[in-house]
Design a binder for this molecule. Structure first.
Ligand code: IPE
Ligand code: IPE
Ligand code: MG
Length: 243
């Protein structure tokens, strides 16, 4: 049974650290505990796909030391969590560019992707060196190449063609959560988010645990998703006739 796809923009590590008088990287370190807890709790909350925004392509603008620590944390996470992920039926994959990820982190990431490939309980997607605009332009490039090679008719390109090229079979996110109060997408899942419900919380990422996820999901359950249609078709028809 396919459940919910939740995307999370994990923000506020720096502010969490500052509030405690600690260096920024301590916030990232605490943020890993939140990742672990949310990944553990997600399946029981009906989540079958979880996309976590861990490092944006714009995050390369940060000081070298901070970037280095973030990739060190990624390597550590992959190493330490691998066995538990396998045991819990979690399949981990990465989305985003792979060519700029430091070698040692990439090696651990690949090992974890391979080791967890058979996980069926939760698909955990880590967005690393990710940019939605980049993902869309890459998909466009792939389609253009097929047109060039005569394998795709330009006139046959539709939203569905693009959707398949961009999302690679992964269902659109139902809910996108952003922590730490900012209300923007920061280049996260721009195509896929067309009808996602958005949930903003002031809770900083290191304080966001499975209980916070449960709270977000219970609010999500109250939302009325119409996808451009009407909820009660009979009622709508009556209104249209009666005007
Ligand atoms: C999110 O926390 C982690 C990453 C973007 C890698 P931040 O580091 O952006 O934390 P703030 O926004 O400075 O508080
Ligand atoms: C978005 O957070 C990226 C991640 C959470 C990985 P940022 O902190 O980088 O985004 P802005 O700069 O506030 O938009
Ligand atoms: Mg931030």
């Amino acid at each position: 049974m396919s459940g919910l796809h939740v995307g999370i923009i994990m923000d506020g590590n720096g502010r969490w650290a500052r509030a405690q008088g600690k260096p920024r990287w301590r916030g990232h370190l605490a943020g890993v505990d939140s990742v672990r807890d949310v990944v553990r709790g997600a399946p029981d909350l009906g989540v079958t796909t979880l996309t976590l925004y861990a490092f944006s392509s714009d995050n390369w603008k940060r000081p070298r030391g901070e970037v280095g620590r973030l990739f060190w944390l990624l390597r550590e996470y992959c190493q330490r969590e691998r066995a538990e992920l396998v045991e819990n039926g979690v399949r981990l994959t990465q989305i985003g560019r792979r060519d700029r990820i430091p070698k040692s982190a990439l090696a651990e990431l690949k090992k974890t992707e391979q080791a967890t490939a058979r996980g069926r309980r939760l698909h955990l997607r880590l967005a690393i060196d990710y940019s939605a605009r980049w993902a869309i332009s890459e998909a466009t490039k792939r389609l253009a190449r097929r047109v060039e090679q005569g394998r795709l008719d330009c006139k046959a390109i539709s939203c569905d063609t693009l959707r398949r090229a961009i999302a690679n079979g992964v269902p659109d996110p139902d809910l996108i959560i952003r922590t730490a109060g900012e209300q923007r997408l920061s280049d996260f899942l721009l195509w896929e988010a067309a009808y996602a419900e958005l949930y903003f919380t002031s809770v900083l990422w290191p304080d966001f645990r499975r209980g916070e996820l449960a709270l977000a999901l219970s609010e999500f359950q109250q939302r009325e998703r119409r996808f451009g249609g009407v909820l009660d078709a009979g009622d709508a028809a009556a209104t249209a006739v009666g005007q």
